[in-house]
Design a protein around this ligand. Structure first.
Ligand code: SAM
Length: 288
């Protein structure tokens, strides 16, 4: 048994570990989001229909679709024109819980390649004031490319370490989609390079970024913390340690209909790896 499997079994016990490992063993279909900042769902469905390409709606989000025809869609002008964005279903959740609105100042702390930044932009009708930060230079290039292709022209993109942002800045809302071990993303063809040492490094980074987020968030402001990991160290345990010290607390959220979940901290959502979903953690937080 691998180190990751041992840890998951310790944390979740036999029954839930069984669900996780069954989820790891299935090949998920591709999913995409219609970029409602540029086009409409009926228009995309019409263009796909003309080519005989099938896409299945996802009940909890009108812009989300599942397809077995990713390559055919990537070859179409509608893809090159940024009318759709391929993104896992789980990773569409954090912007929905953050619920960006026109005029709000929003920080996306760790943004590349930009799936959630462009989703935030579309959800706000292009009217939120979004700052997107990314430390890695190559990934920052990818973020810029996607912002442009998706028409998210009013996003301020910064190639910098978010943990060093000037604390004179403050935001109404923050998304911290933290770097993590990726323990939710295992598939039959993709493993994650897991070790205790790597987990500890991720936890140190998550702690620094979460502390910073809570300092940059306005009083009364909300943030979403998410990871594509199902390990408690990177999720609930981290929040339990950091939130009380920062005068922040969890705002309860519930999973959208039909999304399979694992037992996690009260008021948070831990998505179980499964046929349609990668493993994911989402928590909504308010700074009092
Ligand atoms: N939110 C992105 C999306 O939906 O497309 C995915 C973000 S990925 C989980 C985490 C990102 O954080 C990586 O691109 C990584 O390079 C970046 N990162 C790691 N440490 C950072 C830091 N200190 N400041 C800014 N970005 C950082």
């Amino acid at each position: 048994m691998t180190e990751l499997a041992e840890l998951l079994q310790q944390e979740y016990g036999g029954r839930e570990y069984g669900l996780i490992s069954a989820g790891y063993a299935v090949e998920r279909p591709a999913s995409f989001r219609v970029n409602t900042g540029k086009t409409t769902v009926p228009e995309v469905l019409r263009l796909l229909g003309e080519k005989g390409i099938a896409a299945e709606a996802v009940g909890w989000y009108g812009a989300a679709f599942v397809t077995r025809e990713e390559e055919a869609i990537r070859a179409l002008p509608l893809y090159r024109d940024g009318m759709v964005y391929f993104q896992s279903l789980s990773s569409m959740l954090p912007p929905l819980y953050l619920a960006p609105a026109a005029g709000e100042s929003i920080l996306d702390m760790t943004a590349a390649p930009g799936g959630k930044t462009t989703e935030l932009y579309a959800l706000s009708g292009g009217k939120a004031l979004i700052t997107a930060c990314e430390r890695d230079k190559i990934r920052f290039g990818r973020l810029k490319f996607n912002l442009e292709r998706q028409g998210a022209t009013r996003v301020t993109a910064l190639n910098c370490d978010a943990s060093r942002l000037d604390e004179f800045l403050s935001f109404d809302k923050i998304l911290l989609d933290a770097p993590c071990t990726g323990s939710g993303t295992v598939t039959p063809h993709t493993s994650v390079r897991f070790s205790r040492d790597y987990l500890n490094r991720c936890m140190r980074l998550q702690e620094a970024l979460l502390g910073k987020a809570l300092r940059l968030l306005k009083r009364g402001g909300t943030m979403v913390y998410s990871t594509c990991s199902v390990l408690r160290e990177e999720n609930g345990e981290l929040l339990g340690r950091i939130l009380p010290k920062a005068g922040a607390e969890i705002v309860p959220i519930a999973p959208f209909g039909g999304i399979p979940t694992l037992v996690g901290p009260e008021g948070t959502v831990t998505v179980c790896p499964s046929e349609l979903y990668e493993g994911f953690f989402v928590a909504k937080i308010i700074k009092k």
